[in-house]
Design a binder for this molecule. Sequence first.
Ligand code: SF4
Length: 348
Amino acid sequence: MKIIKLRRPISAGIILTYKCTSECKHCMYACSPRRENVWMNKHLFEFIVERITSITSHVYRGTRNRIHGINYGFHLTGGEPFINFQLLSSYVKSASNIGLPSMFVETNCFWCNSDNDVVDRLTILRRTGLHGILISVNPFMLEYVDFRNVKRCLRIALNIFGSSNTMVYHPYFYKQAENMNIEGKMAFDEYLRIALSKGYSLTDIFNPYILLPMGRLCYQLNRFYDRKDAKFYIGEECLDELTRPWHIHMDCYGNYIPGYCSGISIGSVWSINEMIEVGVDLSDKPVIEALSKGIGELYRLAIEGYGYKPLNEGYISKCHLCLDIRRYLALDVGGFKDLQPVEFYEYL
Ligand code: SF4
């Protein structure tokens, strides 16, 4: 029996829903307006908040009201949390009562159509106990959201939360959109045409330090990337990613998701203490067991055990190889407890 021990989380994203107003081409979590309208229930939310507040009490001592960066603290995310503002504000209140440190919400600003609305909602959240906000901006989100909404949200958030508790992810793309004088929404092909004409390179537009080659990007945008044969990646290891303590995710179905590896469930968050103190038994989690030994092991398992056929055109990253194998196992083979939620694979 193989067991891996999770390191004590120091920061996390709480995925309230996978439902979103956008279906961005790069989304790591395959969010979409078409996804089920499922939201984390209050019982699960409060359990998660109590656990992580207790586990991290030593980390944020004296700085619990401050936002330290996107890889610190606890973000309420999705999907798009502002789709259900009532639920969001009531969860912020609960989390604040429990004492969750460094709590911020992530939004794509779809709702920021007027100054009054933004002031009202951010003031409610601030008064209810939210410490800060993370405003998303990137070329793919701008296909769905008016850039003026993003600018409005940022201007007002700076007043309400202050500059140290207001973040944009990523300022690089905010600047790029400003330099391109974008007003309104913009189809990605148009964004690309204008950006290239203004002297940006493809590497500037697909900045790999910001747009990680994972999730939906591997399928929707792979034509912009160099590809390598599967064998190029098989020496790569993932145990560190699977057990890392920072910026892990817990979703509305109760899955404990390692880091950015969406579609992998280490186990139920209800067992978080056991997973940290005792470890995770991998005997019924063949994908994670293979990945804990390396990508090569997953590749062998998929080909020899389940008939996976490598892509002739190759892969843009090790995560693309991992994801393509997992997609095959989840959708074409089925029955893998460690590949959850299955819906993620359907919306890539
Ligand atoms: S290869 Fe798979 S397990 Fe490793 S970091 Fe990428 S998505 Fe996660």
